[in-house]
Write a protein that binds this ligand. Structure first.
Ligand code: SF4
Length: 511
């Protein structure tokens, strides 16, 4: 934010003015959004929160010159009121386990040497010098990694399909078209650690036999685009992209494709069409991108967070990664925590962590003493989960069983003051606006559903509307071509399932 820039500039100025032996380093996001701008002082890992430009002189004077802590800028735990000094002592960070976000907030994303200092590009070197492509595919399969973009398809299986696909030309693509309301996981990884994605794509290129990669990134993410461009240029300069990487016969380079902000372009077939300049509309599958993707060639497509896990899986080994999480959902998951929760921000937890831990331990609970009502997961494709399921361990299957979805990782907490019908209407409106209009059930069905929801919130609904909503939902889900239409009714169905009394109260009380 501009406030963070001001703090950093002031810090650099004061450090120079007072001749302090310290380096001021810009990093990507720490994830503790509610408490920003943040300043961490090393050694000692002291975290200062909500720092303003006017606080900087005191930090420099007191902390850097006199070795004392500026108490008033330390984080205060909401539960105990205790002030915590070290970043790793704060509950928000303590309950997390960072794999995909490992470097975010730690390194300067605009300096490749900082990534290399954190063992960056070690996995690529190891793979190119010591592994066969089949061994790489095998490692990803054994790790149990599943796609973090929403569907949860096994990543190793995808790599295998692309590796065995016939053809001299293949492509590796990264889906950075994050579009769910309230989701900013991929954006933070690209802004905070762009090389982790470049390294993973080069590893994928080696594994499947591709020499070119493309990152399809939203143009509305200008900082991410800028950092990716810098990272690609630096990687080329260091011989980590381009010809004969690590003096092997492996050539691989990456280019960007900017998306114009259509949510449907996050769907893989629409993305691949848009990336080659066609209209971004989904097409029926098969053929799958692994057989027929960019320019009709075999293409491997994964999202940002999926790729960010790859270098660590290679370095630490698939067994290590598979030891995290649950039986069918291995590893960790990044979530953007938003809505009525004290600590909004970006978090990463092992799969299997309960919703209660996320909302109350990491999130710090509901502000102003209000009651928790529900947590919305999975964005417009997901649903609202009520309090009685707060102890559900988060994984792909358990969220689906509850009528919601993992999705890409958006998590919005609702409190007792939120109207559940308004929430369902908001998400359905989003899907309706973003429908590409190709198929009638999605284009018209969601519009009819929206009209019913509007009637209900205006106090003009009838009890029969609820059954009609359910019937229309089923038809839209069954007859739509792509994931957008197939999941658009989820927010309505899940709220009807768990909060039907609220719908009925609107109708009965005519409000
Ligand atoms: Fe387009 Fe909706 Fe059909 Fe998907 S389901 S192709 S978004 S009209």
């Amino acid at each position: 934010s501009s406030a963070s820039h001001q703090v950093r500039e002031e810090l650099a100025k004061q450090v120079q003015l007072k001749k302090v032996q310290a380096r001021v380093i810009k990093t990507g996001c720490f994830g503790f959004c509610k408490m920003g701008p943040l300043v961490v002082i090393y050694p000692g890992q002291t975290l200062y929160c909500l720092v303003k430009k006017e606080d900087v002189a005191e930090i420099v004077e007191k902390h850097l010159l006199e070795g004392q802590v500026v108490e008033r800028l330390l984080y205060e735990e909401p539960a105990s009121g205790e002030r915590k000094r070290r970043l790793s002592d704060i509950q928000f960070f303590r309950a997390q386990y960072r794999v995909a976000l490992r470097n975010c907030g730690l390194i300067n994303p605009e300096d490749i040497t900082e990534y290399i200092a954190c063992e960056g590009y070690f996995a690529l070197a190891d793979v190119l010098l010591n592994w066969t492509p089949a061994q790489v595919v095998d490692a990803i399969k054994q790790s149990g990694l599943r796609g973090r973009g929403g569907a949860g398809f096994p990543t190793g299986r995808k790599w295998e399909l692309a590796a065995v696909a016939e053809g001299p030309v293949k492509y590796v693509v990264c889906n950075a078209d994050e579009g769910d309301p309230g989701a900013f996981m991929d954006r933070s990884i690209l802004e905070g650690d762009p090389h982790s994605v470049l390294e993973a794509m080069a590893i994928a290129g080696y594994a499947i036999g591709a020499r070119e990669g493309y990152i399809y990134v939203r143009a509305e993410y200008p900082i991410a685009v800028d950092r990716l461009e810098r990272a690609i240029a630096q990687a080329r300069q260091y011989g980590l992209l381009g010809r004969r990487i690590f003096n092997t016969n492996f050539d691989f380079d990456i280019d960007l494709r900017l998306g114009a902000g259509a949510f449907v372009c996050g769907e893989e077939t629409a993305l691949l069409r848009s990336a080659v300049g066609e209209r971004g509309e989904p097409r029926p599958r098969p053929p799958y991108p692994a057989q027929c993707g960019l320019w009709g060639k075999p293409t491997l497509l994964n999202n940002v967070e999926t790729y960010a896990n790859v270098p660590v899986i290679i370095r630490e080994g698939p067994a290590w990664f598979a030891s995290l999480g649950t039986e069918n959902s291995r590893g960790t998951k990044v979530f953007s925590l938003a809505g009525k929760v004290l600590n909004t921000g970006l978090i990463e937890v092992p799969m299997g962590t309960t919703l209660r831990t996320v909302v109350f331990d990491i999130g710090g609970g509901i502000p102003e003493g209000r009651q928790f009502k529900a947590v919305q997961t999975g964005g417009p494709s997901g649903g609202c989960i009520p309090e009685r399921y707060l102890d559900t361990p988060i994984d792909y299957e358990s969220l689906k069983q509850l009528g919601s979805m993992m999705g890409s990782g958006g998590m919005i907490v609702l409190d007792e003051t939120d109207c559940i019908v308004d929430i369902a209407k908001f998400y359905l409106q989003f899907s309706q606006d973003e429908s590409c209009g190709q198929c009638t059930p999605c284009r018209v069905g969601t519009k009819r559903m929206l009209e019913i929801l509007e009637r209900i919130t205006l106090g003009q609904g009838q009890m029969g509307d609820l059954n009609e909503l359910e019937e229309l939902s089923r038809e839209v889900m069954d007859a739509s071509l792509c994931g957008l239409g197939q999941t658009a009714p989820n927010p309505v169905l899940s709220t009807l399932k768990y909060f039907r009394d609220e719908y009925e109260a609107h109708i009965r009380d005519k409000r």
